[in-house]
Design a protein. Structure first.
Length: 297
């Protein structure tokens, strides 16, 4: 009876926070089992404290415009869906909610504390502008910062995972992650995928797969270059050595980015081809890493 009560409470909370379509959507897009989806939800909820921030947004009744409150709820739901999908894609075979939270939660907390410093380095400080917009509307600062960081936090799971797996400081992994993103224009590329407008169910699934693939490839690339990196100064050397080792593949990727920047009508096929090229670069990097670490070149 105790297990049934707990399961019932978890299902009710899942529906209340994530919405009715969440459950079927996770199963359809990942092929996960019912129990895996419930465990993934529990991990995502506890890692991001979605239930806590949901109550914070509820407390804004009559204090902020209704459309702003709806925007915040929608952002939390989107974060929960993406986080659950990350867990299902990367932890399905050994999904232990308590263990995952104990391992990743401290890393994610540290990452969230470092994000403002990272975002302040951006030339176009969209993050700060979004935080300020929400605060001026009456949203609490910590809620505003979380919502403004929503898109990056999905990729932050990979940073936390690398930091935990490789036993590296979160700040060091974040620095390499950020610099690789700048070198390859990956943040802009990811934003374009997120803003694709699907015409049907299959394109909707394709968009989710593209986001998952980009996260996985960026994490793998960062992990390959992280070998032997023990300080910020090592990062620049590792990146320069990597660029010298794969100039043709990197140039091909940058040519594709230039074409995407200048093409007015982007479609799903373009991103599929681009991700294939990025995969070639990542695989070449990993194969070279297994022979000679970049920091030793």
């Amino acid at each position: 009876m105790k297990r049934e009560i707990i399961a019932n409470q978890l299902v009710n909370e899942m529906v209340n926070l994530m919405g009715v379509p969440y459950f079927q959507r996770q199963i359809a897009s990942t092929g996960a089992s019912v129990s895996d989806v419930m465990r993934a939800f529990a991990v995502a909820r506890d890692l991001l404290r979605i239930d806590h921030f949901w109550r914070r947004v509820e407390s804004l009744d009559y204090l902020v415009p209704a459309e702003v409150q709806f925007e915040l709820f929608h952002a939390l739901m989107r974060m929960g869906r993406r986080a659950s999908r990350w867990v299902l894609r990367n932890r399905r075979s050994c999904l232990n909610p308590q263990q995952e939270v104990q391992t990743l939660r401290p890393k994610l907390v540290e990452l969230q504390l470092l994000l403002p410093t990272l975002f302040h380095r951006e030339e176009a400080n969209d993050w700060q502008e979004e935080v300020q917009r929400l605060i001026e509307l009456g949203v609490q600062e910590d809620v505003a910062m979380l919502v403004a960081s929503a898109n990056f936090l999905f990729f932050g799971f990979g940073i936390a995972d690398l930091a935990a797996t490789d036993r590296k400081p979160v700040g060091l992994v974040l620095e390499l992650y950020f610099k690789l993103g700048t070198e390859l224009d990956l943040d802009w590329f990811g934003e374009q995928i997120i803003h694709l407008e699907p015409d049907n169910r299959w394109q909707d699934f394709a968009r989710e797969s593209y986001v998952d693939d980009l996260e996985g490839q960026r994490r793998a690339l960062c992990g390959a270059l992280m070998v032997g990196v023990n300080g910020v100064r090592d990062i620049d050397g590792a990146i320069q050595a990597w660029k010298a080792t794969h100039p043709h593949l990197i140039a091909r990727w940058m040519d594709m980015m230039h074409e995407l920047h200048t093409t007015p009508g982007r479609d799903f096929a373009m991103f599929s081809v681009a991700l294939r090229e990025l995969l070639d670069l990542v695989q070449a990097t990993i194969n070279h890493r297994d022979t000679v670490p970049f920091c030793a070149i």
